[in-house]
Design a protein around this ligand. Structure first.
Ligand code: SIN
Ligand code: CO
Length: 378
């Protein structure tokens, strides 16, 4: 399904053409990707987010060719006292705190939610930038206000300066150069070298994607297995004989333990369950608060009148057999399955959808409501 807003965002390309020609492969510069775009938050709102201890923020300053890096939270008064040039404030996960930022992230719905990570917003004074570097994941850099000059291109040498507090390329040989104004967007594939320098005071939104290291996935999977493993019995050796080499770990002991541990099993279903839970695990710092209690009949009446939407911090995904919400999972029920999958895909259900839900689905949604997983203002 190709919708007009996705095409405009991609400079006239269909999502299929973008994916086959550019995704993971080639940069794409789109002028007026979002005409009239002003950014999801103001500078003052961004400073306010950077002052919170549940929000990840960084401040990068450039002195000559040297960079300094500080981690937030920052006092708003300190941010207002920064010099007039050469600094950038970067705030991650803005979509978790702002409906407008969440809505911006959801414009990228031509890509699966399972790959979408977060919206980072940066505010830079003139001359500010984080230095020439590369990222290991795809990114859309959408200019919100002011102008930023991007130099970018693939290069073979990705070695980094050993002494810098952040990733700075030792050599930078960009093939392309473009100055982006409000609404312009630059897509960069993983490992594409880039450097964005603020021409005037400017704000840039980075739509970032998840690309976990296999090692990280393996460690998380082992944690998942630890929670589900359940081996019966205790080590025993009724056939033990006296021996002089008493420091030796006996081969029979090794075999017994090997036999017991081979009871730790996993298959494709274990991995699918792990993946769904892992991908929907709430971001660090997210705490869902229970809304004022609402009885099930009152909840059913309310959603039949207003529809229902996911809280912007909720992650709801599904596969062929299971539904995953915020790190938990249930078997996809037969009745109500289509509505639940639609809620996951569109992140809301209309009043009309809700009016015809099976009772068990309404009960499930009521339970999610009690946990604070739904948008209580809908
Ligand atoms: C920025 O917004 O200043 C940096 C974004 C990036 O280069 O990845
Ligand atoms: Co970057």
């Amino acid at each position: 399904m190709v919708d007009a807003p996705s095409r405009r965002l991609l400079g006239g390309l269909s999502p299929a053409a973008f994916l086959s020609r550019h995704w993971h492969k080639k940069a794409l510069l789109v002028r007026a990707a979002i005409p009239g775009f002003e950014g999801p938050v103001t500078r003052d709102e961004l400073f306010a987010l950077a002052s919170r201890d549940d929000v990840e923020s960084r401040l990068v300053q450039r002195i000559g060719s040297r960079y300094t890096l500080e981690h937030g939270p920052f006092r708003k008064t300190d941010l207002r006292r920064l010099p007039p040039r050469r600094w950038t404030l970067l705030v991650s996960g803005v979509n978790l705190h702002s409906d407008a930022a969440d809505a911006l992230l959801r414009r990228f719905s031509f890509l699966p939610w399972a790959r979408l990570d977060d919206l980072m917003v940066s505010y830079a004074a003139p001359g500010g930038g984080v230095g020439p570097h590369f990222d290991s994941y795809d990114v859309f850099l959408l200019q919100a206000s002011g102008r930023r000059r991007w130099r970018y291109g693939r290069q073979r040498d990705l070695s980094l300066r050993p002494d810098a507090p952040l990733k700075i390329l030792r050599h930078f040989t960009p093939a392309s150069d473009a100055t982006l104004g409000p609404g312009d967007m630059l897509y960069l594939p993983p490992d594409c070298a880039h450097d964005g320098i603020a021409v005037d005071a400017c704000m840039t939104c980075s739509i970032g994607f998840r690309a976990a290291l296999y090692q990280e996935l393996a460690e998380a999977f082992l944690d998942h297995l630890r929670d589900s493993v359940d081996l019966a019995g205790r080590y025993a050796d009724p056939d033990l004989r006296p021996r002089s080499d008493r420091s030796r770990i006996d081969a029979r002991m090794q075999q017994r333990i090997a036999r017991a541990l081979s009871g730790i099993r996993f298959d494709a279903a274990t991995i699918a369950q792990f993946l769904g839970r892992h991908l929907t695990e709430p971001k660090p710092g997210v705490v869902f608060a229970a809304p004022p209690a609402l009885s099930r009949p009152a909840f059913a009446r309310r959603i039949a009148r207003h529809g229902v939407a996911l809280d912007r911090r909720s992650q709801l995904l599904y596969d062929d057999g299971r539904l995953y919400l915020n790190g938990d999972d249930i078997a996809l029920p037969r009745a109500g399955r289509a509505a639940l999958c639609r809620l996951a895909d569109q992140r809301h259900l209309s009043a009309r959808d809700c009016a015809s839900l099976p009772a068990a689905t309404t009960a499930l949604l009521h339970d999610w409501h009690r946990h604070g997983y739904l948008d209580d203002t809908a």
